[in-house]
Design a protein around this ligand. Sequence first.
Ligand SMILES: [Zn+2]
Length: 375
Amino acid sequence: MSAFGFELLAQDGAARRGRVQTAHGEIDTPAFMPVGTAATVKAMRPESVAETGAQIVLANTYHLMLRPGAERIERLGGLHKFMNWPRPILTDSGGYQVMSLASLRQLDEQGVTFRSHLDGSEHRLTPKRSIEIQHALDADITMAFDECTQFPVAQADAAKSMRLSMRWAQLSKDAFKPRGGYGLFGIVQGSVFRELRAESVAALDAIGFDGYAIGGLAVGEGQEAMFATLDTTMPLMPADRPRYLMGVGKPADIVGAVRRGIDMFDCVLPTRSGRTAQAFTRRGTVNLRNARHQDDARPLDEQCRCPACRDYARAYLHHLIRNEEVLGLMLLTWHNLTYYQDLMAGLRDAIAGGKLAAFCAEFEATQSGGDIAPI
Ligand SMILES: [Zn+2]
């Protein structure tokens, strides 16, 4: 089995076209990872997820440890087999969702004790246990266990939280069992404070990881503050490892972050929006619940290759959504994931061809032009 690795294939300004090698296959970057929270990308068969162009999915440690349990998945042959996704999988550390979903959380130097949002049962996550769970799940990419700093936050509190996460990053590295094709990523914290981000990058670099994620953004700080943080942090990041911006984002956030040198993304937006009638298109977002679509025989996006656009009219998609038909959310999820994957493919080609500036100008012009006129 080949080693976990990252190959930089081309650069255009700060943007990078690369390839990550894992035990379960390669990932062309910049890459978007659909979110498969409970070992399923909601409303999609794994074969269909692959057809959209996705090469890797993200699964959530917090959800899987509570139900069905990491050791049960391990006994059943690991997460790839369990969910019938033979390609790469990244798992998060569970830290973020403990903070956002669990009740009665108690944080201490060693970890966090919490009650399940499902049945109130008590659980504990530590760096060691989080890494152990991700190993049991057989994740190609394991994330270090960190504390997600709240936003907004005072600088002194952000510093305290970041330094705890850096101690946990070392414990995560200590607990990680190296295997060929499997990697461990550290997570840069420090909120929107430049000096704290710099301190965090240096601390992680000293420990040494297979990739570096930027955590604690897309938490309400806004696009301008997010880009400003990337502008000062990205030049400090090791250039020979993949860089992952966690939980981002809207298409325009992704384009802006790729321009600043980010290689990997994940976000619930395309799948969650697919279940709430919001479609992402080349011409911006379209709400298919809107009555303007009820007599419209045209496709959602005439340039899109997905089944929702190829085989159905806007009027039919609107009808499915109005009636809360399962097929409606399946088709919209398929469309949104296809849109995101095609956006990433366009970015990869543009970087490889040295035409990223032109690609971004076209992206912005088309997005701001808005949807086609009603019939
Ligand atoms: Zn489509």
